[in-house]
Design a protein around this ligand. Sequence first.
Ligand SMILES: NC(=O)c1ccc[n+]([C@@H]2O[C@H](COP(=O)([O-])OP(=O)(O)OC[C@H]3O[C@@H](n4cnc5c(N)ncnc54)[C@H](OP(=O)(O)O)[C@@H]3O)[C@@H](O)[C@H]2O)c1
Length: 125
Amino acid sequence: MGKPMVMGRRTFESLGGPLPGRRHIVLTRSPAWSAEGAEVARDKAQALALAGDVPEIAVVGGTEIFALFLPEADRVELTEVHFDAQGDTFMPSFDPDQWTETWREDHSAGDGHPAFSFVRLERRR
Ligand SMILES: NC(=O)c1ccc[n+]([C@@H]2O[C@H](COP(=O)([O-])OP(=O)(O)OC[C@H]3O[C@@H](n4cnc5c(N)ncnc54)[C@H](OP(=O)(O)O)[C@@H]3O)[C@@H](O)[C@H]2O)c1
C-alpha cells in the first residue's frame, strides 16, 4: 500500500480495475494500449523513471516482469498457498545462495481457503 506498483499488462487486466492507494505502472509493448488508472511504460527504464525517486517500488508480476526486475530486487514478499494446483504463470526460483528467509507467518485453513504462509526473503549481501 502506498508504493508504486510495476506490473505487466496482463496482470493489470487480471485485477479487474485499479487497486486503491497505489500507483499502477503498467508495461506494454503496444503503442495503442491505455486503461483508466494505468500509467503506461514501454520498457524497464521508463517504468523506473515513472516511479520516480521513491524508497521502494513493488514489482507484482507476471513472469517476464519478475525476471526483468529480479536483479535489482533486494526483498521478496511471498504468499505460499499450501495447496497443489496446476499453474500457467510462474515466478523465478530463488537460489538459497542468494536469498535467505528472514520472516514467516503461518495461517491455518478456514472459511473455504487453504492454509497459507506469508514469507519474506532478503538478498544475501
Ligand atoms: N498471484 C500473484 O501474485 C500474481 C502476480 C502476478 C500475476 N499473476 C497472474 O499472472 C497472469 C499474468 O502474468 P503473465 O506472466 O501472463 O503476464 P504479465 O507479465 O502480467 O504481462 C505480460 C505483458 O507485459 C508486457 N511486457 C512484458 N515484458 C515487457 C517488457 N520488457 N517491455 C514492455 N512490455 C512488456 C507485454 O504486454 P503487451 O502484450 O501488451 O505488449 C506482455 O504481453 C495473470 O493471470 C495474473 O493474474 C498472479
